[in-house]
Design a protein around this ligand. Structure first.
Ligand SMILES: [Zn+2]
Length: 372
């Protein structure tokens, strides 16, 4: 995460209660027995899950069926294994604690059948149960679109993972509840960590590129390419923003390239930065966005001379963008990093190199593109 989430980020009540329901179910399934109404809580959320059965939607298997299938698999385990599952889920509810001591093998003791049933229930709770009207009614009437708007009120429009994109566009003349919203990212993916499929601290919206193009089901605690366990930033309290810097990749190359570097010697923070980069492809995305320095100078700064460029940069660097601007406007964080770097080096070199690129492409006069 480039930016941590605000401490007052609202928790989605539906997730809280569905997560409680899951925990209740696992505890009720400890003794040998059959699946009954008492397997779910007596309250409105338990009733909504119980009442959501096969019926008008044909062959689709709904919430009650998913609970029942997991119950059936749990009955095939020993009582010690059922107890182990319940205690694992109960004792790992503190995600901040888990991020401090990551464990990517929480559920490895489960049988394949039990794990599949757990994943299917978890996926169903997230994908199909959270939007049932009786569930929403039981959770104060706040649906996910309202929670999304409340999240944006606190954390802004800019993706907290990358700082490059909006999490969703805002449409004028459109009621809040009808605004488009971003998908919620499962920090710990639900396919590997079904116990967190509806955990309120495991879910928040990020941009589509981060969620669906880059991260997908990557495991924050385990790197596939190195086959090693790893640590990751806990997004409510930790972030990368203080440890990143931009610089020229090779200042003798005619194609001026900007490179994103880590700015810390702390081994643990370096590991978390590398996890962030591996999961969200941050270096490639940032360097890709800044791939043409000449274009950025023209598009964003539009200087008329080298002196003008130096003066514009001095104004852009100080004061830095304030917290509200960083939440409202994508790219501002990265552009400020870029301007800070450019203001610290010999700009004559950059100026000449930008000219060089244009002359290489046959544009008449070195200042053509920069002067406009
Ligand atoms: Zn993003």
């Amino acid at each position: 995460m480039l930016f941590s989430l605000e401490p007052i980020t609202p928790k989605f009540e539906v997730f809280k209660q569905l997560n409680n329901e899951l925990l209740y179910f696992l505890e009720q399934a400890l003794p040998v027995g059959t699946f009954t109404r008492n397997s779910l809580s007596a309250g409105a959320v338990g009733k909504a899950c119980w009442d959501n059965v096969k019926g008008t939607k044909g062959k689709e298997r709904l919430t009650k069926d998913k609970f029942q299938e997991l119950h059936s698999e749990l009955q095939k385990l020993t009582s010690a294994e059922r107890k182990n599952l319940f205690e694992t889920v109960r004792d790992n509810q503190n995600l901040q604690g888990l991020f401090a001591a990551p464990n990517h093998q929480l559920l490895t003791f489960l049988t394949p059948g039990c794990l599949i049933a757990f994943k299917e229930l978890a996926s169903h709770l997230y994908c199909s149960t959270k939007s049932l009207q009786p569930v929403i009614d039981a959770c104060g009437g706040v649906a996910i679109n309202t929670h999304f708007n409340n999240f944006k009120m606190v954390n802004g429009d800019v993706c907290r993972a990358c700082g490059l994109e909006r999490i969703a566009p805002f449409r004028a003349n459109t009621p809040l509840e009808e605004q488009w919203r971003a998908d919620y990212d499962h920090l710990l993916c639900k396919s590997k960590y079904p116990l967190y499929a509806v955990h309120p601290d495991n879910l928040f919206p990020i941009c589509q590129i981060c969620n669906q193009d880059a991260k997908k089901a990557e495991d924050l605690f385990f790197c596939r390419s190195t086959n090693r366990a790893r640590t990751a930033f806990y997004p409510f309290t930790e972030s990368a923003k203080d440890y990143v810097a931009l610089a020229l990749k090779n200042d003798r190359d005619p194609e001026v390239c900007i490179q994103l570097n880590w700015q810390t010697d702390d081994a643990l923070i370096l590991e978390k930065l590398n996890t962030w980069n591996d999961v969200f492809q941050i270096k490639n995305l940032v360097e890709g966005r800044l791939v043409s320095l000449a274009n950025i100078i023209q598009d964003e700064l539009n200087p008329t001379s080298l002196i003008d460029l130096q003066n514009i940069l001095a104004r852009r660097v100080a004061p830095p963008p304030n917290a509200d601007t960083l939440k409202r406007k994508p790219e501002v964080f990265w552009l400020h990093k870029l301007y800070s770097y450019l203001a610290s080096i010999d700009l004559a070199l950059i100026w000449d190199q930008c000219h060089f690129i244009e002359e290489e492409h046959g544009q008449p006069g070195g200042e053509y593109i920069l002067v406009g």
